[in-house]
Design a protein around this ligand. Structure first.
Ligand code: NAD
Ligand code: 6OD
Length: 496
């Protein structure tokens, strides 16, 4: 048996809520199924309204307890301790992420869990080295004034996260929220509950005061997620997930005028100019379209290739996509795992069908792979490439969130920029070119929160991350996270 499959056997099979420093039972629970082979992995607490209320109230009480007295240095030390403990239990976290989602083991190690650790370290370092703002001025009557700005925690922050990069995206929000002195009620996706439960264990063991971090499991609509957003004692909601869910949450928090930060969906484009380093561009698009089986919000689903290299690019990407190995992450050499669930696989397959109805040429894929083993009960689809669709096609405009891209030729820079920007989404884009000025020029004209030139998903955690249009609201990362997770007060003192 694979080592990580064996580690997964030892993970908790009954996943409970973590409220006020203790794991607590729930009345209802739901099964979590493996996307690799469909078997039941665990039973997960379904937090009811009373559990959500208990978690929020514990978080509120914690704001008045010893956590309030922590200096920034003490908070930073606590965050580093949490990072150390994730590192100590690295293999369990990897096993949890692989079992819940089916992602390749190498990816879980290099991206997911490594980033979970660096999220805590980054915000620990940022908060302990942050400096404030101070302004001296003279009033109209000649008085001398000193203005200085203080940061206070917001209070209780609700963190709602998705299944596609479970620990990475949960800790991306929990770490800065704690760094700024807030208490947290976190609700991970019902599809990826295990690494969040391990995180609660680590936090319990880190010495964080009871109630500062609480975890509630459960579903979204008319369940734990919705009740959290509607709870009157929540001060802010930070959410990553679908644009439609973001819109629902925005309405839910409107009555209380709560602050929100949203990282939402995308229909991201890559532009490949004829002057690009051809091999790097093909490899970059392969990775950006098919990593995590296309289930990363920044994945490329629209590829625009300059006409003179279009046929060659399509043919080379096809060859490399067909060389991807789809299957169980516990087999060696696997590059591509399943969709998160059979429901999501069915959604992706419905787009495969729609693309054909809309007139796509299916260059490769478009089906369910056949394994003749337990993976036939899993949620796999083939890496898929389409060409030939008009820009108006639904498959070129709607987020599929699977291992699929559409490739289209273009003739001119202005034309391709207009086509890329003609989207309701605005999360991320890539430009592949060796022409320095063109790289800058095109990147600056694209209407997305992030543009990579000759790269994809290269992250510096101090930079602003977020999207425009339907892709989000606000920015997180570095000082942008510090701004979101704190309340600024300007204190103006007459000094003479
Ligand atoms: P989702 O919106 O279905 O669910 C996300 C979370 O919200 C889950 O925890 C879910 O239980 C909860 N939820 C659902 N309905 C809710 C409601 N009415 N009230 C409160 N909570 C609710 O998204 P998903 O399917 O888990 O994730 C995939 C989507 O997330 C894709 O659209 C993807 O692009 C997007 N995403 C965006 C980013 C980004 O940084 N922009 C990152 C990751 C994923
Ligand atoms: O890397 C990050 O900080 C981040 N927020 C990634 C989002 C990925 C979406 O799937």
């Amino acid at each position: 048996m694979d080592y990580y499959a064996e580690v997964a056997e030892g993970l908790p099979k009954r996943l409970r809520n973590f409220i006020d420093g203790e794991f607590v039972e729930s009345v209802q629970s739901f099964p979590k199924f493996s996307p690799i082979d469909g078997r039941e992995l665990s039973h997960v607490a379904e937090a009811d309204a009373a559990a959500v209320d208990a978690a929020v109230r514990a978080a509120r009480r914690a704001q008045q307890g010893p956590w309030r007295q922590y200096t920034t240095a003490q908070r930073a030390e606590t965050l580093h301790r949490i990072a150390d403990s994730i590192q100590d239990r690295f293999d369990e976290f990897v096993a949890a992420e692989v079992a819940d989602t089916g992602r390749p083991i190498a990816q879980a190690k290099a991206l997911d869990i490594a980033r979970g650790i660096s999220n805590f370290r980054t915000f620990a370092d940022l908060v302990s080295t942050a400096h404030g703002e101070c302004f001296e001025s003279v009033g109209a009557d000649g008085t001398q004034l000193l203005n200085y700005v203080t940061r206070k925690p917001l209070g209780v922050v609700g963190v709602i996260s998705p299944w596609n990069l479970p620990l990475l995206l949960l800790t991306w929000k929990v770490a800065p929220a704690l760094a700024m002195g807030n208490s947290v009620v976190a609700k991970p996706s019902e599809e990826s509950p295990t690494s969040a439960t391990l995180l609660a264990e680590v936090i319990r063991d880190s010495g964080l005061p009871n109630g500062v971090f609480n975890l509630i499991h459960g579903h979204g609509p008319n369940a734990a997620g919705e009740w959290l957003t509607k709870h009157p004692e929540i001060d802010a909601i930070t959410f990553t997930g679908e644009s439609r869910t973001g819109s629902t949450i925005m309405k839910a928090v409107a009555n209380g005028v709560k602050n929100v930060s949203f990282e939402l969906g995308g229909k991201n484009a890559a532009i490949v100019f004829a002057d690009a380093d051809f091999d790097a561009a093909v490899e970059g698009v392969l990775r950006s379209s098919f990593i995590n089986a296309g289930q990363v919000c920044m994945c490329t689903e629209r590829v625009y290739v300059e006409r003179s290299i279009f046929e060659r690019f399509v043919s080379e990407l096809k060859t490399r996509a067909e060389a991807l190995r789809v299957g169980s992450p516990y087999e060696s050499g696997i590059t591509t795992g399943p969709m998160i669930s059979s429901a999501h696989r069915d959604k992706v397959l419905s787009y495969f069908k729609l693309a054909v109805e809309e007139g796509a040429n299916v260059v490769t894929g478009g089906n369910v792979p056949k394994f003749d083993n337990a993976c036939d009960n899993g949620a796999f689809v083939q890496p898929t490439i389409w060409t030939g669709l008009p820009d108006s096609a639904r498959c070129v405009n709607e987020e599929v969130f699977g291992p699929v891209c559409h490739i289209s030729p273009f003739d001119a820079e202005d034309e391709v920029v207009a086509r890329v920007n003609n989207s309701n989404y605005g999360l991320a884009a890539c430009v592949w070119t060796t022409h320095l000025a063109r790289g800058h020029r095109v990147a600056q004209r694209i209407e997305t929160g992030i543009v990579w030139v000759n790269a994809w998903y290269a992250r510096d955690l101090r930079t602003p991350f977020g999207g425009a249009k339907l892709s989000g609201f606000g920015r997180e990362g570095g000082r942008h996270s510090m701004d979101f997770y704190s309340e600024l007060t300007n204190i103006c003192v007459r000094v003479a």
